[in-house]
Design a protein around this ligand. Structure first.
Ligand SMILES: Cc1cc2nc3c(=O)[nH]c(=O)nc-3n(C[C@H](O)[C@H](O)[C@H](O)COP(=O)(O)OP(=O)(O)OC[C@H]3O[C@@H](n4cnc5c(N)ncnc54)[C@H](O)[C@@H]3O)c2cc1C
Length: 383
């Protein structure tokens, strides 16, 4: 097997790291404390072309189109250079769960209408699937879409939605015929200024605090037929398709964050002296750092393998679930090991170490909890 990257791929990653280090990591500790989304940084990311990585060039994507494997390397570089995990999570959420479904399931008119604004940073998109009664049991969604003259009347509530409070556009899943169960699920592109659309306030949360998150309430919200994404009843396959991509792509930036976290823990262990020697010489500390390295490398192999499978247009449901499970749990474990390595300072907000732990927990929940990933793998193994 050849694991080497071309010079062009390495250059794309290095450019991303340099951009992120220079532009995106300024006052993240303060913004995390105040729960503030940096719209100006979002625009800078758009200008740099990050959003465009998930979209073909004819719809405004990167001029020199990159394949998914290269895009993952670039997003890893982003996570390495940018200390704001909320911002990188928000970017990934929009790129893989809003833009990509529009590219893959949208009409020509929908692509031309929505993609330019999403790519240039003027529009923010949310993917709204979860509901109070439909979390892990996502096909049990209660939001209805009744066919009427002029389109569909949508009614129901979406919760725990990334970007909900500020999104200009929401990809919303609703059921056109609850009697059909999951075969009635249909996707819609709902614009914020549509009558009957209400965005809830920003919900306070433990991590990923720099990206807003909340509810979307739809009450007799008339969505034109031209904003239906895909055919009636195609929401089930759209969700499966987009979850597979999401599980493949959404954590690439966390891998970069794990690399940075490891390097910082290593530097600290080589410098901090206690009992007359650097703490890295204590085996209990070095063992932790070896574990961090092992988690990083195994996560990396899984990420590249899944991205390669998608590049080859092969199914990767099982591998994507394994990747999502492994990488998210590894980031969580390594974030705790990083705090242990830094000692009491690691617990202080202004050292910037503890934030990763709070951010990492989100990764074990969104796009299907770790329990759900295990269920998927077990089922695909025939259990
Ligand atoms: C940071 C963050 C961002 C998110 N962004 C979005 C978004 O943009 N759009 C969106 O639609 N949603 C989003 N979500 C919601 C997320 O997808 C759900 O929280 C998740 O699917 C779990 O659903 P739930 O919270 O209702 O938990 P529940 O489904 O109620 O689960 C509660 C517990 O029961 C376990 N459980 C449930 N069913 C099973 C089972 N069959 N087998 C084993 N264990 C089970 C779960 O693993 C969990 O431990 C986000 C969540 C977070 C934390």
């Amino acid at each position: 097997m050849d694991f080497s990257w071309t010079e062009e791929q390495v250059a794309i990653k290095e450019k991303m790291v340099a951009f992120a280090q220079k532009t995106l990591s300024d006052d993240v500790i303060q913004r995390d404390l105040s729960g503030e989304f940096a719209r100006d940084l979002w625009s800078k990311c758009a200008d740099f072309g990050i959003h465009a990585l998930s979209v073909p060039s004819q719809y405004g994507g990167a001029e020199e189109e990159v394949d998914i494997l290269t895009a993952m390397l670039a997003m890893e570089g982003l996570g390495y250079g940018c200390r704001d995990n909320g911002l990188t999570f928000g970017l990934n959420a929009q790129m893989w769960t809003v833009q990509l479904p529009i590219v893959q399931f949208g009409t020509e008119v929908q692509k031309r209408k929505f993609l330019p604004g999403l790519l240039d940073g003027t529009l923010i998109g949310a993917h709204a699937l979860s509901e109070p009664e439909a979390g892990s049991d996502l096909f049990n969604l209660q939001m209805t879409a009744k066919k009427v003259d002029g389109g569909y009347l949508l009614n129901g509530t979406k919760c725990l939605v990334t970007f909900a409070p500020i999104a200009d556009l929401a990809l919303i899943l609703a059921n056109v015929n609850p009697e059909l169960g999951k075969w009635g699920i249909t996707a819609f592109l709902v614009e914020r200024d549509t009558e009957g659309y209400t965005a809830g306030p920003v919900k306070s949360k433990m991590g990923l605090r720099t990206v807003p998150f909340g509810e979307i309430l739809l009450e007799d919200c008339l969505v034109p037929e031209s904003n239906r994404l895909g055919t009636e009843g195609s929401g089930f396959s759209l969700i499966n398709h987009s979850l597979e991509y999401e599980r493949c792509c959404i954590l690439a930036s966390q891998l970069g964050a794990m690399q940075r976290q490891l390097e910082e823990a290593l530097d600290f262990a080589k410098e901090r002296v206690q009992f007359g020697q650097t703490i890295g010489k204590f085996q209990s500390v070095s063992n932790r750092i070896v574990d961090m390295k092992l988690r990083l490398e195994t996560s990396r192999l899984l990420l590249y393998k899944v991205a390669w499978l998608k590049k080859m247009e092969k199914p990767a449901m099982l591998e994507a679930a394994l990747l999502k499970l492994h990488l998210s749990e590894c980031f969580l474990d390594s974030s705790l090991d990083a705090i242990r390595t830094f000692g009491g300072g690691g617990y202080l907000s202004d050292w910037g170490i503890e934030r990763d732990l709070r951010d990492a927990i989100g990764g074990t929940l969104y796009a299907g909890t770790s329990d759900i990933q295990r269920n998927i793998v077990a089922k695909l193994l025939g259990l």
